[in-house]
Design a protein around this ligand. Structure first.
Ligand SMILES: [Zn+2]
Length: 171
């Protein structure tokens, strides 16, 4: 965000929301509690100082959060998270003591462009655009039939490149 402030400002001006996604894209970790909380605080600080924004949405870097940090996020303005991948329906987290936590809008691996284009070390780094289209269409239809939620995870370094961008455009 500090590197691409101008783009963020244009997004805001166009009416889009910008959520919290960490400061340095460090995975939240209970083993590194202080570092993780600093990362969250620095993200809030940068969004406020650079864009004048106090975010209400949070997606954990690498899509992996720790339940223990949800109360911390909620105290600081986060009303919803989109990090967990454990359901297809939105739900509310329950915090320690039975306190109502943020709403979870679960992320969906099928609509994570990284899974189709940038997986490293799997022996299969790219999925043919036609196959991605087929996977996305089937998942969207079935998700709709289930009455479930569709969320996406698109990375500029994936879907911003020529052939993935065309795949996204045509979808
Ligand atoms: Zn990320």
């Amino acid at each position: 965000m500090k590197t691409h402030t101008g783009i963020c400002e244009r997004l805001l001006k166009a009416g889009h929301e910008i959520g919290h996604h960490g400061m340095y894209h460090l995975k939240p970790s209970l083993a590194e509690r202080e570092r993780s909380l600093d990362e969250i605080d620095m993200g809030f600080g940068a969004m406020k100082s650079e864009l004048g924004v106090t975010p209400t949405g949070y997606r954990a870097p690498l899509g992996e959060n720790c339940g223990a940090f949800l109360a911390y996020l909620q105290e600081r303005s986060i009303t919803y998270s989109s990090s967990w991948r454990d359901d297809v329906m939105p739900y509310r987290h329950v915090l320690e003591g039975g306190v109502a936590g943020p709403i979870e809008l679960p992320a969906n691996y099928f609509f994570d462009d990284w899974m189709h284009s940038m997986i490293k070390g799997s022996g299969r780094n790219f999925t043919a655009p036609e196959l991605v289209q087929s996977i996305w269409r089937t998942e969207l239809e079935e998700t709709h039939d289930w009455g479930a939620l569709t969320t996406t995870v698109f990375h500029p370094q994936v879907s911003g490149r020529p052939s993935p961008y065309r795949t996204l455009r045509e979808f």
